[in-house]
Write a protein of this length. Structure first.
Length: 57
């Protein structure tokens, strides 16, 4: 399955804008290159306070 990273990025940025506005998305990466993991991503973001956070799914 081929997942469009640009589409994923758009959805993630909308989610952060609506639910986590104190964070700025820095990077979105595929969690692995295994075909079964095609829908798994990692997101790093910076909080306005200067701290960082990482989410994985």
């Amino acid at each position: 399955m081929n997942i469009n990273l640009y589409g994923v990025r758009g959805h993630i940025e909308i989610y952060f804008k609506e639910n986590l506005p104190q964070y700025t998305v820095l990077e979105i990466r595929s969690k692995s290159s295994h075909p079964d993991d095609a829908r798994l991503f990692m997101v790093s973001a910076k909080k306005f306070s200067g701290t960082y956070a990482v989410w994985s799914s």
